[in-house]
Design a protein around this ligand. Structure first.
Ligand code: ADQ
Length: 468
């Protein structure tokens, strides 16, 4: 078996795992066998930047990291990755802030990553690069002579040419993506958007299996939706629902029920629209007041960016307004905390919740939707309200699918969810649970790695059937 080398912007070092266990670390747990290497940024900024590679070993896995200089951190991470690519890939052109010096910094950091990884590589290593920060990584590795198989998985959506082309230098990035052997996406829609960009901008057309040849190099675009380890999450939820955090939450609710939202505090997650919908819900359906409280757990993220600071201020305002309007002295309609919560605690809270609101304006996949389903009690499952613009909606059609921009529709879905009889809840949940249990994190990794080893083969049919 060839050795697996994972590359991502941040490396979740074993020494710093806590409440915020990264989604990627959990998703790749099965693929990372003893002997594997995980390479990327240490999360530290230092004067020497990438000059030294730091090595840590844990459970047979090598974690190799480099620092970034302050200037590289800003141009590569804050400005280009999160200030230009992230809004672009989430259809938010109004927030796109492009500066050519930031783009140069982005390319330079990818070049530094390639230079630092090169001495660690062996000829038969398989390299799996993750996410939008690292699009040019394969092109940089190829430029220094690396001929290994290199795959890329994009965790965000991909956008059609009409949006993608708004990014200055977009053709360079698209060409860089074509230096990979396999490029993976969560959904058919994103994969098609990528192939449309390749056809329109580079004049190259793919076959029906997503294969194309460009400058003599074969590329395969694939659909490989990420999943979770549903059985493990379900066990956690059963345990945690009996634990002290869940008990305290239950006691604080009195006779009322719980509806929940769990997200990073990010403008793509649709929190403003969601909070507005909660106000509409209590206004339009006063019979549910006191019957339910909504708890939003939002982990602060990317606080150095102005658009995130503005989002926080706006959310603070809406929460104050909604609670001022609808609270009773012994009932709070909207509970809001801007912190990460331990995974076990979350699992227990999901199990207690009669409703989950997963209403991003755009989302590559959204793992919270899958975790909520996995956490439910089969005898009395809660109802998932899911944005049609989350990648998860392509699989999870038995959720109550809503337009996240339509507060009235979300409010109505909350009413329908809370009024739904047990039989319908169970029926919807059984279908959702089947999909979540089949399309696991392990399957996600094994499909990708098999196709990377043999890009000419067909993807695994059974898992794709389950997506329907
Ligand atoms: P994210 O945008 O981070 O990921 P998501 O898929 O929801 O979004 O995954 C977040 C993970 O963090 C989940 O496991 C969730 O439980 C956890 N989490 C979120 N908020 C938390 C909080 N307040 N406290 C504790 N844990 C919290 C990106 C893409 C997604 C894609 C994933 C995986 O944006 O679309 O689904 O990668 O590919």
């Amino acid at each position: 078996m060839p050795r697996l080398v994972v590359v991502s912007n941040r490396v979740p070092l074993p020494s710093e795992r806590g409440a915020k266990a990264g989604g990627l670390a959990i998703a790749l747990a099965d693929a990372l066998q003893p002997g594997s290497v995980w390479f990327g940024w240490s999360g530290r900024r230092s004067v020497r930047g990438s000059a030294t590679t730091h090595i840590q070993r844990s459970d047979g896995i090598t974690y190799a990291t480099i620092d970034l200089t302050e200037a590289d951190y800003h141009s590569f991470y804050v400005n280009f990755s999160n200030g230009a690519l992230w809004p672009l890939l989430h259809f938010r052109l109004g927030l796109l802030d492009f500066k050519s010096e930031d783009y140069d910094g982005y390319r330079s950091v990818n070049r530094q990553f390639a230079a630092s990884l090169l001495p660690l590589l062996r000829p038969d290593d398989v390299i799996w690069v993750h996410d939008y920060h690292m699009i040019p990584m394969a092109a940089e590795l190829r430029a220094v002579g690396v001929t290994n198989k290199i795959g890329f998985f994009l965790h965000t959506p991909f956008v059609p040419p009409s949006i993608f082309n708004a990014l200055p230098r977009s053709a360079e990035l698209l060409n860089a993506l074509c230096a990979y052997d396999v490029v993976g996406f969560h959904t058919r829609t994103y994969c098609t958007a990528f192939l449309d960009c390749v056809a329109e901008n580079l004049g190259v057309h793919a076959d029906k299996d997503g294969r194309f040849v460009i400058r003599g190099h074969s590329v395969r675009a694939i659909v490989d939706p990420i999943g979770i380890n549903a059985d493990e999450f379900s066990k956690r939820a059963v345990e945690a629902a009996r634990g002290s955090d869940a008990r305290l939450l239950r006691e604080s609710l009195g006779k009322g029920g719980l509806a929940i939202g769990v997200d990073r505090l990010d403008y793509s997650k649709g929190l403003i629209n969601r909070f507005e919908a909660i106000g509409r819900f209590f206004a339009n359906y006063p019979q549910h007041r006191r019957e339910v409280s909504f708890l939003q757990i939002a982990a602060r993220s990317r606080e150095e960016s102005g658009s995130y600071a503005r989002l926080r201020r706006e959310l603070d305002r809406i929460v104050g307004d909604t609670n001022g309007r609808y609270s009773e002295f012994d009932w709070t309609p909207l509970r809001y905390m801007t912190r990460a919560v331990k995974r076990d605690t979350l699992a227990g809270f999901f199990r207690l919740s009669r409703l989950a609101l997963v209403t991003p304006l755009r989302d590559g996949m959204n793992l919270v939707a899958k975790e909520y389903v996995a956490a439910q009690d089969a005898n009395d499952p809660g109802v998932l309200i899911l944005s049609r613009f989350a990648g998860a909606a392509e699989e999870m059609s038995e959720a109550l699918i809503v337009n996240p921009y339509d507060s009235d529709e979300i409010a109505e879905a909350m009413h329908i969810g809370l009024s739904m009889d047990l039989e319908e809840r169970q029926e919807r949940w059984r279908s959702l649970h089947k999909k979540v249990s089949v399309n696991t994190a392990e399957r996600f990794c094994s499909v990708f790695l098999k196709l990377l080893a043999h890009p000419e083969t067909h993807p695994e049919r059974p898992s794709l059937r389950a997506i329907s």
